[in-house]
Design a protein around this ligand. Structure first.
Ligand SMILES: [Zn+2]
Length: 72
């Protein structure tokens, strides 16, 4: 990505808008990936907070695989 943009250039402004959109998307995805989610354990039914990915249920010790459906 370019670090400088000519504000007078139409194509540069287009590129700037595109880059900005991408940056916002990336930040949003990063935020979603780093937070904890309330889920119900599929094995024991306990409400647990887990991060995205694989983690173990604190109650039954079974694996909870949380996948986010992120559209990019
Ligand atoms: Zn469980």
């Amino acid at each position: 990505m370019k670090s400088t943009y000519k504000l007078s250039s139409k194509s540069d402004m287009k590129q700037y808008a595109k880059d900005l959109e991408q940056r916002i998307k990336d930040a949003a995805i990063e935020e979603m990936m780093s937070r904890m989610y309330d889920v119900t354990c599929p094995t024991c039914g306990t409400s647990v907070k887990v991060p995205v990915g694989k983690s173990l249920c604190p109650k039954c010790g079974e694996e909870i695989d949380l996948q986010l459906d992120i559209k990019t």
